[in-house]
Design a protein around this ligand. Structure first.
Ligand code: SAH
Length: 251
């Protein structure tokens, strides 16, 4: 069996219990070298074969998986955060689909969630927004036109923007063009949940300069939206007049 496992955002305690158990049992581990915390590999057996996928081609990765499976060995493919977001796992699963090798995915704590915890702040607030948009700026990977930052900005929802901190000037401009006020709060979280995590707060008008001053230009999450301001209608979840599936109504 091949397990695609979410390693979480960095803190080795933020992998799931299931993911940790699979790592402890694995005979072969292929991890995403750039972002996965290597401390997680301490969970592996001493004899576990460990590969860093940085610089490996898709075919090399899938061949290692297939060979190991055919030799009766268990494989963990360890991806940063949750594997379903910007993880390039689809092409690996598709390659396995064309063989008879079985696989399963174990989710992980995505970095946008670790970033919200670092602030800490809720991303959905009644009366402000009930929507979170996960996206990125166009880089080497194209983004469909309908999903341009400015068109997504028109919703004034909470946006969590991956893979884009090195383009923060252009990003802030596009967000304003799209419809956020230039005083909309923005938080940039670098290396959320790592010991050297940093949080920079500002507005769309000044965040690019603040991040530049802090020297943040990689591995950071950008969270934008009025949700980060305090003014909102408190959630009805803990309102005694609000009947809730578990708690029932007032008796
Ligand atoms: N699958 C991953 C995302 C991989 S893309 C996930 O679910 O988090 C890599 C991007 O994720 C980085 O450019 C950065 O925007 C973000 N990222 C990953 N780890 C992060 C962390 N610990 N703190 C802040 N951003 C992080």
């Amino acid at each position: 069996m091949i397990y695609f496992v979410g390693a979480g955002p960095g803190d080795p305690e933020l992998i799931t219990v299931k993911g940790a158990k699979l790592l402890a049992r694995a005979d072969v581990v292929i991890y995403t070298g750039s972002l996965v915390n290597r401390e997680l590999l301490d969970l592996c057996k001493p004899e576990t074969e460990i590969y860093n996928s940085a610089g490996m081609h898709l075919e090399e990765i899938t061949q290692i998986m297939i060979n190991a499976h055919q030799a009766g060995r268990e494989v963990v493919r360890l991806h940063t955060g949750d594997p379903s977001l910007y993880g390039a796992i689809q092409e690996q699963m598709d390659a396995l689909n064309s063989t008879a090798v079985p696989y399963a995915v174990v989710p992980g704590v995505s970095s946008f969630l670790a970033a919200a915890a670092a602030i800490p702040h809720e991303l959905t607030l009644p009366g402000i927004t009930q929507t979170v948009i996960l996206t990125r700026m166009e880089g080497r990977t194209p983004v469909p036109k309908k999903e341009s930052i400015s068109s997504l900005a028109a919703h004034n929802a909470t946006m969590c923007i991956f893979l884009s901190v090195h383009m923060l000037d252009g990003l802030a401009r596009e967000l304003i063009t799209g419809g956020y006020g230039d005083q909309t709060p923005v938080v940039v979280v670098e290396k959320a949940s790592w010991p050297d995590e940093r949080v920079v707060t500002g507005t769309l008008a000044n965040i690019a300069e603040k991040a530049r001053e802090a020297g943040i230009n990689r591995t950071a999450m950008i969270i934008v939206g009025d949700v980060l301001k305090a003014d909102y209608t408190p959630s009805r979840l803990y309102d005694p007049d609000f009947t809730h599936g578990f708690r029932g109504g007032k008796s």
